[in-house]
Design a protein around this ligand. Structure first.
Ligand code: SF4
Length: 91
């Protein structure tokens, strides 16, 4: 079984996760992050994006800019319960 099988966003509006239109992106990101807030595989999702240098869309509840910040300041993936500065905390 793959972590994606438990994703809260399965079958949902994927456009909101990958909206790059400056006029609608903020609202889309907000909607996408609401799915992530209740997702059981959020940590796996974020680490997948970090491990694979995915810098488009929302993964693990974070934007590409936020994920770049994690990479910049931690140099690697987020550990369970990990905290990177004040950027993110799964605990
Ligand atoms: S954390 Fe967000 S983007 Fe990742 S699988 Fe869950 S709902 Fe989808």
């Amino acid at each position: 079984m793959d972590w994606r099988d438990d994703a809260a966003c399965i079958g949902e509006l994927l456009e909101v996760f990958f909206d790059d239109n400056p006029k609608t992106m903020r609202a889309s990101n907000k909607i996408a992050k609401q799915y992530c807030d209740s997702c059981r595989v959020r940590e796996d999702c974020l680490n997948y994006a970090l491990d694979n240098n995915v810098y488009v869309g929302i993964y693990g509840g974070l934007s590409n800019k936020q994920r770049r910040s994690i990479k910049k300041y931690s140099g690697n993936r987020l550990k369970p319960g990990g905290k990177v500065g004040n950027t993110y905390d799964f605990s």
